[in-house]
Design a binder for this molecule. Structure first.
Ligand SMILES: Cc1ncc(COP(=O)(O)O)c(C=O)c1O
Length: 388
């Protein structure tokens, strides 16, 4: 008899790796713009601090919640930069944002609960809510008004079973950085309907042209009902390190720690010294990395808008452009597959992020150097010239 997996596994939607999985078997000269993997290297001072910690014996079990000095630096940063009034005991250091959000979904969602996602959504959130036994419901935002947050698009999807709402700000895949007025709507809905907000802020540092990232937990009354999740992953090019953190009101930390310690005990001791160096190091390092992302964004958005059948909205934050290709008459999936087959440029179909993303492609500009992006844009220009 084959060993039967747990029902929580078989009841969960199959994991879909989108165009990345389709590109795996492809031969030829591919340009990968489908994954959010930063092209930058981790800054040297972060590596040096980690190596020094490793050499000096930081190789043993340590504080389960995260090194106290690191949690202190995170709390300082959250108070100063995010305007969230947290102390070090309200922070948990995690293995990337992925583990922070898994702990959050598992600690606060039950069988029968509903978890509301704004679409386009981040598909990983679906699997986590489902593993927790919850039902995922979706509030589609509207491409026609720039995927902005409107009460009328969200409130009808809130039912008595809705327990949590997941927010991604700055938003992957749309590149939106939500305004205070938009966040006020979510805060108001959360308080009116007694919802927890799971706030994924993995792109918080990567904003452009004066777009200001606001953490929803900083809004009046929201700290008590928000789990703020951040990571070193994107801004510091530390995706392989698996290093992030969450912050929540003291009353929520106990359940989160129960999940966290069951999953990982704690995050690797020596890499936490690298995180400390990231937070306490020269801020110019981070600024120059974001400046280089801005140059990549400018190239890609400008070039996309020169292609027939393609319209690309300004990108306010993140490392993704989300051009509208509906005028080509192809579905997003058809367009992404044909683009890959004809040109070798791999991008993600907008429909991967839910029906609300149909008619769009997600083009990651943070994962390639400018000369590679130039090549990709030239190939895409020829593709859309031939198509339209
Ligand atoms: C919205 C969002 N959340 C979470 C993650 C995963 O972050 P981490 O690698 O820190 O687990 C990503 C990565 O692309 C993301 O786009």
């Amino acid at each position: 008899m084959p060993i039967r997996p747990a029902r929580r596994i078989t009841n969960t939607s199959p994991k879909n790796f989108g165009m990345f999985a389709k590109a795996v078997g492809m031969q030829g000269d591919l340009i990968h713009l489908e994954l959010g993997m930063p092209v930058e290297d981790t800054p040297q001072h972060i590596k040096d601090a980690t190596i020094a910690a490793l050499q000096s014996g930081a190789v043993h079990y340590s504080d389960l919640q995260g090194l106290p000095e690191l949690r202190g630096a995170i709390a300082d940063k959250l108070q100063r930069q995010n305007q969230i009034n947290v102390c070090a005991d309200e922070v948990i250091v995690t293995n990337g944002l992925t583990q922070a959000s898994f702990a959050a979904f598992m600690a606060f969602l039950d069988t029968g609960d509903e978890c509301l996602l704004l679409a386009p959504y981040y598909p990983q959130h679906i699997g986590k809510a489902e593993l927790a036994g919850a039902k995922v419901t979706v509030a589609p935002l509207d491409a026609a008004n720039g995927f902005s947050i409107h009460r009328a698009l969200i409130e009808p999807h809130i039912t008595p079973a809705t327990r949590a709402i997941a927010l991604i700000n700055p938003c992957n895949p749309t590149g939106r950085v939500y305004t205070r007025a938009e966040l006020d709507i979510i805060a108001d809905l959360a308080q009116k309907h007694d919802l927890l907000v799971l706030s994924d802020e993995v792109y918080e540092e990567i904003t452009y042209d004066g777009a200001r990232h606001i953490s929803i937990a900083s809004l009046p009354g929201m700290k008590a009902r928000t789990i703020t999740m951040c990571a070193f992953t994107k801004a510091y090019a530390m995706d392989g390190w698996r290093l992030g953190y969450l912050a929540a009101d003291a009353a929520l930390i106990g359940p989160l720690m129960k999940m966290h310690t069951s999953e990982v005990t704690h995050v690797n001791t020596f890499i936490q010294h690298g995180a400390l160096a990231a937070l306490t190091g020269d801020p110019e390092v981070l600024k120059s990395m974001v400046d280089r992302d801005r140059a990549r964004r400018d190239l890609v958005v400008t070039r996309l808008n020169q292609m027939p059948g393609v319209t690309c909205a300004p990108v306010e934050g993140t490392i993704y452009a989300f051009p509208d290709i509906a005028a080509t008459g192809l579905s997003a999936q058809e367009c992404a597959e044909k683009l890959m087959a004809d040109t070798g440029v791999v991008v993600e179909a907008g429909s991967f992020y839910g029906k609300a993303g149909e008619g769009h492609l997600r083009v990651c500009f943070g994962c390639a150097e400018l000369d590679v992006l130039e090549d990709a844009m030239a190939r895409m220009q020829r593709f859309f010239n031939a198509l339209c």
